[in-house]
Design a binder for this molecule. Structure first.
Ligand code: SF4
Length: 572
């Protein structure tokens, strides 16, 4: 029987008061902490008789080290960093300034360069970075301020008093596979905070609790996501210049799937390449890791990588839904920032600059609220207003209907995208409706070879040749993922009967395909009605959140494993 992770009940937990708790030490969380510190410093300089302290401001980060779980392409639009730390370019780890970019449409063997680069993909002036190294650097800045970063601590539950968020419970440590305390058991802390800022990245587990509890998304479009699967390569010199950026559309996806690839040249002959696929594809047998492997077989890509070596692998979801899918971002005792709120410009494939800006604005609202001694919904809603008055809204408003325009495939999507571009994001309607991605998944009975007429492609797992292409386990090895083995599964399946009795027949168990880390397996078991039993390898999990998003029955909940576990995205 599968035992799932949850906080142990009925035990005494250490209680800690806090002014502000920031959950998540990615770009949004670190920018928030840094801005809060700047505001407190500025106040203290002006008010020697009423000094404010940073002692009770905490950042919780589930990774063992700062930046270890951070993965992105990544290109940094420097706009928000210039506001946060003017002159940051002098000391930040920026690998190369973008000097050349191109967009290609791929067929199986050929490529067509678009005569002009669409404006959203013009990247001159942006920087190729490793988000992992960049966040490590930003985290170092936060540590210098005196704000405490608790690494290896995940937020496992929100604490409530009525409709007010009053704090965060951190994860219990030392719990065995059966859910029993081990000899090294340490209960999680209850951090009682005046304000909690959720900066957990895409599909945050606490953000999901909050959004569901208060039905926050009721007036928003359903959030939609893509999953980016990435490899880092070291290639022979001269293949690609540092700062050269390429995007591709088309093959190996069909016109029914939304997505494309990126190739970024970094310093020291390092190439970041990856494929982002909208998690609203129809065929449950599609495997995003396989798509990336197939992409590398294209002569254009194969030639670039030939003689090179894959050195890192990882995957992460990103929110695609745009402005109309952003829920209210502030309430009584809480705020949502960065990817947790949905601040990503999917047309530009960028969110780091928005994460940083939203973190800064939340810090300003938190500072004002803490100074007044009032962190009620009315006061914290100032953050919502700040977002709406800022360039976050200006940028996202122009692409507010972008992803919904692709609901009926690539060609209709390109028509809508062009129309939206010339109408400032309006297109055919001010607000295009949207559907949650999993609702697009179709049952096997209506797909080839059982039914339907579409061409079936890229079905099932990749095999890999071990040089250019890799199977999932080989790729996974390069993610550096480690977890404490003796702990309950952190992928909570609310009803495994659905997996074994319905999903296996209706959808062919797509969890085995969409998980880029081989966590889900359907094992032969003659005692079950369809001869299959679900089995989990949670210690493989790279924390991408795809299963929580893409499962067609919505019965999987990702909860944080014991703090410190997860991938090691060194240099990613
Ligand atoms: Fe991603 Fe879920 Fe697989 Fe973990 S189990 S790697 S979150 S799809």
């Amino acid at each position: 029987m599968l035992i799932f992770r949850k906080p142990i009940e009925g035990i005494e937990r250490p209680q800690m008061p806090a002014d502000a708790v920031i959950v998540g030490g990615g770009p949004a969380g670190m920018a928030c902490a840094l801005r809060l510190s700047q505001l407190i410093d500025a106040h203290n300089v002006k008010n020697s008789d009423s000094q404010l302290s940073k002692e009770n401001i905490y950042v919780l980060e589930k990774a063992r080290e700062i930046g270890q779980h951070c993965l992105s392409g990544a290109l940094l639009d420097p706009r928000s960093m210039r506001e946060l730390l003017p002159g940051f370019e002098q000391e930040a780890p920026l690998d190369a300034e973008v000097g050349k970019e191109a967009v290609y449409f791929l067929t199986k063997k050929g490529k067509l360069k678009l005569p002009i680069t669409p404006p959203p993909l013009r990247d001159h002036g942006n920087y190729v970075i490793s988000l992992n190294r960049f966040v490590k650097w930003l985290g170092g800045k936060v540590e210098q301020t005196g704000i405490t970063i608790f690494t290896g601590f995940a937020g496992s539950e929100l604490l409530f008093d009525g409709d007010r968020v009053t704090g965060v419970r951190t994860d219990d440590k030392g719990v065995d596979k059966q859910g029993r305390p081990k000899s090294n058991f340490e209960p999680g802390y209850d951090l009682h905070a005046k304000v909690v800022i959720l900066a957990e990245g895409p599909r945050g587990s606490l953000a999901k609790q909050l959004i569901n509890k208060f039905d926050l998304a009721k007036d928003a479009n359903p959030q939609t996501y893509g999953v980016g699967v990435k490899e880092l390569w070291e290639v022979p010199s001269g293949r690609i210049a540092a700062g050269e950026v390429m995007y591709t559309l088309g093959w190996p996806l069909t016109s029914k799937e939304y997505g494309g690839a990126w190739i970024y040249g970094s310093k020291d002959n390092i190439v970041s390449l990856g494929f982002v696929i909208g998690l609203d594809y129809p065929d449950p047998r599609l495997d995003p890791q396989h798509v990336l492997q197939e992409f590398k077989k294209h002569p254009f890509v194969g030639k670039l990588l030939e003689g090179g070596k894959m050195i890192r692998y990882g995957a992460k979801a990103m929110p695609y839904g745009g402005w109309w899918a952003v829920p209210p971002v502030a309430g009584s005792g809480w705020m949502l920032v960065g990817d947790s709120a949905g601040f990503v410009n999917s047309a530009r494939l960028k969110g780091i600059h928005l994460a940083i800006k939203s973190g800064m604005l939340a810090a300003e609202a938190a500072f004002e609220a803490l100074s007044k001694g009032d962190t009620s919904a009315a006061t914290l809603s100032e953050y919502q207003k700040k977002v709406e008055r800022s360039w976050i809204k200006d940028e996202l408003w122009k692409v507010r209907n972008m992803h919904q325009g692709f609901e009926h495939g690539l060609y209709a999507g390109m028509f809508h995208a062009a129309l939206q571009f010339v109408t400032g994001g309006h297109g055919l309607h001010n607000r295009y409706p949207g559907k949650a991605g999993h609702e697009h998944m179709r049952k096997l009975a209506v797909l080839p070879p059982h039914g339907g007429s579409e061409e079936a492609h890229l079905l099932g797992p990749a095999k890999g040749d071990g040089k250019l292409t890799f199977d999932k386990l080989t790729d996974l090895y390069h993610s550096g993922t480690k977890h404490e083995e003796d702990q309950p599964a952190h992928l909570v399946i609310h009803d495994t009967n659905i997996c074994e009795q319905r999903c296996v027949k209706e959808y062919g168990s797509p969890c085995q395909n969409f998980c880029p880390a081989n966590v889900y397996e359907m094992l032969d078991d003659a005692s079950t009605p369809n001869g299959k039993r679900i089995s989990l390898n949670p210690s493989n999990c790279v924390h991408c959140k795809t299963c929580d998003i893409a499962d067609p029955y919505q019965i999987i909940t990702w909860v944080p494993p014991e703090g410190g576990g997860g991938p090691n995205y060194d240099g990613m």
